[in-house]
Design a protein around this ligand. Sequence first.
Ligand code: ADP
Length: 586
Amino acid sequence: MSQATESDVREDGIIESVSGPVVTARDLDARMNDVVYVGSEGLMGEVIEIEGNITTIQVYEETSGVSPGQPVEGTGAPLSVDLGPGMLDAIYDGVQRPLDVLEEKMGSAYLDRGVDAPGIDLEKTWEFNPEVEEGDSVEPGDIVGIVPETPSIDHKVMVPPNSDGGEVTSVESGNYTVEETVVELDSGEEIQMRQEWPVRQQRPSVEKETPTEPLISGQRVLDGLFPIAKGGTAAIPGPFGSGKTVTQHQLAKWADADIVVYVGCGERGNEMTEVIEDFPELEDPITGNALMDRTCLIANTSNMPVAARESCVYTGITIAEYFRDMGYDVALMADSTSRWAEAMREISSRLEEMPGEEGYPAYLSARLSEFYERAGYFQNINDTEGSVSVIGAVSPPGGDFSEPVTQNTLRIVKTFWALDADLAERRHFPSINWNESYSLYREQLDPWFVENVRDDWPETRQWAIDTLDEEAELQEIVQLVGKDALPEDQQLTLEIARYLREAWLQQNAFHPTDTYCEPEKTYRIMDAIKTYNDAAFEALDAGVPVEEITDIDAAPRLNRIGVQEDYNEYIDELEDDITSQLRELY
Ligand code: ADP
């Protein structure tokens, strides 16, 4: 987070009252959303309400010791992030202070009051390779140079969106700090690698386009049944022990996003510690580099002040937009948006606002949609295309999806991946419930799958969905009367559905091959099961008893396709064996 460098000289205010993270001050010369420094320790806060000469501030740090009569200093600048090389590989707190720097200054990352630290290293030098020459004219957003930021990602240095642009009068390759001028314009403007951007303001774009490409996750249940688009939104509830962590790691590792921004918001300290400890160990399976080379972590744990949950969400989305502007596909994961909503509830109650449903403020839904609205597939102002996909975790208390945060989120997002504790208990992983989950992108993304995978992707998938639906209905009957009471064709459907679940939907994140499944393989497994289905029903029609059909020894081999590296050969052979073994029965 940036210090308020361009601050005007402003009148200090005097604290009137302190109620947890909410502080009121009188006679403060400030505007809405300005950053202010509160109390003798100068704790960072943000103006959230102004009435007459009383200003209400939410403070992003623990307020014990802050008391009426102490000063509040305005900065004249809104809450902003520092943008530039050095954000990848970083781990920030909710107001973009690098945790390692805090730790150095304070001895602990969690005792961080009144310490300011720039979001990007101001002393480090970066190799700047110009993309423009003297005499070129540049406009806002234009890429003026490239910095090899990490082995995985080239950082594109851009003309700030609020610049006037102009003609380049001076530019030279070399090593620079983020504050040194790398390009001079005829207007006198000097461009540095560092930009600031107010977190509550969406970065400009030319237009938001309809997303047409999937964000491929390599997870069959997601790509096959509930795909999210690049630039799409998804929600994932995380009842404890349901496999949320593994699912998130899988997405961070395998989703075909260039950049991952992971916002840990208000989760229990040990969960976040897990992320902070795990992520730096993870390897990017695609490049072999460290996963952190394309990842930015923002960590606000439950023992950090609640108000900072809000700032960490906005900080994360702003960083995501900045990389989007470079033409990258960014995936932002926020875990958990419910904790952010709880922070809104707490602040709102301290403001004595009229509570809405279950005590959440009436603007809960507006805030959530404002956040998810910033996702999308964009044509950027420099004519590149980039996307921000947002995957938000929700943590409904007791797994009850009817509570307001889940309900409001589901009204906004277009994909819902219902993690299910029962499935996890039955060791069905990933434990995404195929009856409750949905994706509104399915049809919209079909042309991509048709063009890039197979012509009959939509039909084959529909067959799989119908079969699983039928299974769900039949299971109800089976529970009452037992499987043997069903007619033979329905018994056969149950058997086929079992293979869809076991061979297709289940996927072992810890198996070196099965951990990632390319769309072609996702298709071929589904299609192999359909081949068995079609041949099996032919045999049934020809009078073969269902037990004989389900007993063929080729069928169980379906369950091993996932772990096959040379799956094409394996499936070709298996399909031949299945059809010939069934053919022998009549
Ligand atoms: P949560 O974060 O919801 O508490 P985890 O993600 O840690 O749960 O998952 C709990 C356990 O479930 C893991 O340790 C692992 O054994 C198993 N598991 C979860 N997802 C998968 C998966 N996709 N493949 C294999 N095992 C899984």
